[in-house]
Ligand binder design. Structure first.
Ligand SMILES: [Zn+2]
Length: 176
């Protein structure tokens, strides 16, 4: 970011409707603070995923892809909802022990999946605009970040549904 860009944060606004007709207004700022208003309800949040994924990008491209990523979250909303329902269905017979670590793992996995789905939507819907960093550090950051997200989806889903268990469960079970 150049000095002049730092002085005045750039903000873009986009008004669109999702595939199911819900009105959305997206406001993204070059200072990585975004506000998505869905059916009149504002959802302000920091743009951590976009900050990492748009590393080194020119500001205009960064804002455009960030805007698309935020909109993609609503377009792909069914994917995390189905994942959540499946986790609840598969994990419903698990005992109540370790409930909170499992809930936390499930929520993290669900959110990571939502991010992957949104970013994939951006890459698929604007392949020409899509940009992967070219510097060594940029590529490393991009690959490790999305690799970590994928790991969180797999490990978190397995932990939440009881396919893998937390170590602490054993000693408690034995002491009974
Ligand atoms: Zn996101």
């Amino acid at each position: 970011m150049t000095a002049s860009e730092k002085e005045k944060a750039k903000i873009t606004r986009l008004t669109k409707r999702t595939w199911c007709g819900v009105p959305v207004e997206i406001e993204v700022s070059s200072e990585n603070w975004h506000r998505v208003t869905v059916a009149g309800v504002p959802l302000p949040h920091p743009g951590l995923v976009n900050f990492i994924s748009r590393w080194e990008m020119p500001v205009e491209a960064r804002l455009r892809l960030t805007e698309q990523h935020e909109f993609a979250h609503l377009q792909v909303l069914l994917i995390p909802l189905i994942h959540l329902a499946l986790m609840l269905h598969i994990g419903r017979r698990e005992s109540s022990s370790q409930r909170w670590p499992r809930v936390l793992a499930g929520l993290l996995a669900n959110h990571a999946l939502w991010e992957i789905a949104s970013e994939s939507y951006v890459a698929a819907s604007s392949p020409r605009d899509y940009y992967i960093p070219t510097s060594r550090f940029g590529r490393w950051l991009y690959t490790s970040f999305w690799g970590l997200m994928l790991f969180v989806v797999i490990a978190g889903t397995m932990a939440a549904t009881g396919l893998i268990r937390f170590h602490a469960e054993e000693p408690f079970a034995k002491s009974r």
